[in-house]
Ligand binder design. Structure first.
Ligand code: 7PJ
Length: 260
């Protein structure tokens, strides 16, 4: 899964090379590099981020979604926690809902239930603005497993088939450095829930803080976490660097195939 950054309007240069053109160039490259899903998202979910209005999010994401659907065969995912954005994205043919709030917000379960597309349920402790200040768990892995069971239940009660769900432990969303690595080391803990696992560690602070690297120096760390995540059971990896991640995962794959 390649991350498509939908930059705010202020960064486009007077309509000469529009935001949509820019997005399509990025998408084309990610598809060439081997992405099978493109994840469209605003920047509203980063640690410390402030809220984006429904309208701003719609304006930012929907035209890009439409343009990708018109120009590429690749599956498109929408990274949103707002039911109105989900509903419009579904209307426009989005292939996957990626919700860092696991359909907890108003109207999300109902909107999702009216579609038939896969949904990624991510675990987050707290709210983006404050989640990284001293996250606490009774037992990290048990607590997150229990959260997944409850959200799977809520989805099924709302009429969403379990087969449509994907689980994501939410690296960096209310986890200390050690908790993030404990999750990475023990991703296979969530396999008994019987659903595909998605892992998103690309360029995150868990890499920067451990290695003391700025965002633009986190490629080696990101690749290592991608390899470990797949080794430990993840089947979808959300990344910025598609080409490099595909290279790393091909090496992992051939060694799996040749293992006796
Ligand atoms: C994730 C996400 C993640 C899923 C973001 C960033 C923050 N969606 N959206 N999993 N992270 N499913 O990319 O740094 O880990 S936004």
């Amino acid at each position: 899964m390649g991350i498509l950054n939908v930059t705010p309007d202020s960064f486009s240069d007077g309509g000469k090379f529009t935001q949509i053109d820019n997005a399509l160039v990025q998408v084309e490259q990610m598809v060439i590099d081997g992405a099978s899903i493109i994840d469209i998202g605003g920047e509203s979910t980063r640690p410390g981020a402030v809220d984006v209005s429904v309208n701003d999010e719609l304006v930012r994401t929907i035209p890009v979604l439409k343009a990708i659907k018109e120009n590429f065969k690749v599956a498109v995912s929408i990274d949103t926690s707002k039911s109105a954005v989900m509903a419009e994205a579904i209307e426009q043919g989005v292939d996957l809902i990626n919700d860092v709030c696991a359909l907890k917000n108003d109207g999300c379960l109902a909107v999702a239930a009216q579609s038939n597309i896969p949904i990624c349920l991510m675990h987050m402790q707290g709210k983006p603005r404050t989640m990284q200040t001293n996250p606490q768990y009774d037992d990290l892995l048990d607590d997150i497993s229990e959260f997944f069971r409850q959200r799977i239940d809520a989805c099924q009660t709302a009429g969403i088939n379990k087969e449509r769900l994907i689980l994501d432990p939410g690296f960096g969303f209310g986890k200390s450095l050690e908790q993030n690595y404990k999750l990475l080391a023990n991703l296979s803990t969530f396999k008994p829930l019987g659903l595909p696992l998605l892992s998103g560690t690309s360029r995150k602070s868990m890499i920067g803080d451990l290695l003391n690297r700025e965002v633009n120096e986190r490629l080696s760390g990101s690749l290592t976490t991608a390899v470990l995540a797949v080794q430990n059971g993840a089947s979808i990896i959300r990344v910025h660097d598609v080409k490099e991640t595909m290279d790393a995962l091909k090496i992992l794959q051939i060694t799996h195939q040749l293992q006796r």
